[in-house]
Write a protein that binds this ligand. Structure first.
Ligand code: PLP
Length: 400
């Protein structure tokens, strides 16, 4: 019908949205629902960043900006990439969009033709595959289970590459697994890319500042300068600075790609919000000492959730290196029976049971392409997490 263009026919309403809808219904019925599905920090945007936005409004910075970013913001991004990632980019290498999501959208729209393949290690942030589909491309999903640390292995990459491969999509730390790649783990993958000059690499570094223990974040372009002319680095302020609603993300890459992305953007949003761009400059250049405190707060909550999940018979949870998600296996609960006599046949069944019985909203691995797992976002108050874990423990032990 009228509302089904071919390009969206392959997309469906995400499982996450279905779960949130049901969670809100239960809440409306008065149930004490705890939602651990959100993909955003529970912190507020830092005060100095908010003030920069307000100052921009008062200074009249309320008009269209240059297509893919103000010169000031592009410079601040170059400075950030140089200071934090040892990457030497010029403003012409930078593209600013309404969130990291639009950066990815522009990049794929600008480069993918029908039949082109994009290799996506699984589990993955659903948007990757959906954007590739919208562009008429083929997502090539490569399963990376927990035993392998949810990380793509070089031999898997080698086997997945075909003459039609256009991009490899890496996300470290990852949504949903929280897994991150060390320099040693990236090197073999970069060696495969070096041997396959037709394959480009997107790295989604959006969770860069949220890593734990002694994990050292490194972005592939830093390790392989010789591959930089086919790498798109994607990052933004949404997660690091709790600025999800401001909608600012950026890409850094070869000038020709950046130009093509600007053409896409010129016919969609024209530019990211002028006010948000001004605030993002302050986020990048300003005092970032608050990041450490927030990182430690997330780490404490990660430890609490991982320990609580591992106490459950039939559940195993790997300790994630970053982001604010756990991705635990519920393999040991598949085949069990609920008190009302239903069989848990899948991770979706398990998550539905937890929502209906315990009123805790969590997302099944199937929503991210890998089962049987479930994702918990621990960007929530500690008291809520303690309560949620105790309810999940109770519901799991009621299975027979
Ligand atoms: N990349 C990953 C892996 C994410 O999980 C998300 C948000 O959930 C984004 C990108 C989106 O970032 P933005 O809000 O800047 O579009």
């Amino acid at each position: 019908g009228f509302f089904r263009a071919n390009r969206i026919a392959k997309l469906s309403v995400s499982e996450i949205i279905k779960i949130s809808t049901r969670a809100r219904e239960l809440r409306a019925e008065g149930k004490p629902v705890i939602i651990l599905g959100a993909g955003e920090p529970d912190f507020d945007t830092p005060e100095h960043v908010k003030q920069a936005g307000i100052a921009a409004i008062n200074a009249g910075q309320t008009k269209y900006t240059p297509l893919d970013g103000t010169p000031e913001l592009k410079q601040a991004i170059c400075d950030k990439l140089s200071r934090e990632n040892e990457l030497d980019y010029q403003p012409a290498n930078i593209s600013v969009s309404a969130g990291a999501k639009q950066v990815l959208f522009n990049a794929f729209m600008a480069t993918i033709n029908p039949g082109d393949e994009v290799i996506i290690p699984t589990p993955f942030w659903t948007t990757y595959a959906d954007i590739v589909e919208v562009c008429g491309g083929e997502p090539v999903l490569v399963k990376c289970p927990g035993e392998k640390g949810f990380r793509l292995q070089a031999d898997q990459l080698e086997a997945a590459i075909t003459p039609k491969t256009k991009w490899l999509m890496l996300n470290s730390p990852s949504n949903p697994s929280g897994a991150a790649y060390s320099a040693e783990e990236l090197k073999p993958l970069l060696a495969v890319l070096a041997r396959n000059p037709h394959v480009w690499l997107v790295c989604d570094d959006i969770y860069e500042h949220i890593t734990y223990d002694d994990f050292e974040f490194v972005t592939p372009a830093q390790l392989a300068p010789e591959l930089r002319d086919r790498i798109l680095v994607v990052n933004g302020v949404s997660k690091s600075h709790a600025m999800t609603g401001w909608r600012i993300g950026y890409g850094a890459g070869p000038v020709e790609l950046i130009k093509a992305m600007a053409v896409m953007q010129s016919q969609s949003t024209s530019c990211a919000s002028s006010v948000s761009q001004a605030a993002a400059i302050e986020a990048l250049n300003g005092d970032n000492s608050f990041l450490e405190e927030r990182r430690l707060s997330f780490q404490e909550r990660r430890d609490l959730v991982v320990a609580g999940l591992n106490e459950i018979d039939g559940v195993t949870c790997r300790v994630p290196e970053g982001a604010f998600y756990t991705f635990a296996s519920c393999e040991g609960l598949i085949g069990k029976t609920t008190p009302s006599g239903k069989t848990i046949e899948s991770d979706s069944d398990f998550c539905r049971y937890i929502l209906e019985e315990s009123h805790v909203a969590i997302v099944p691995g199937s929503a991210f392409g890998l089962s049987p797992y479930f994702r918990i976002s621990y960007a929530a108050a500690k008291s809520e997490l303690v309560e949620a874990i105790s309810r999940i423990q109770k519901a799991a032990s009621a299975l027979t």
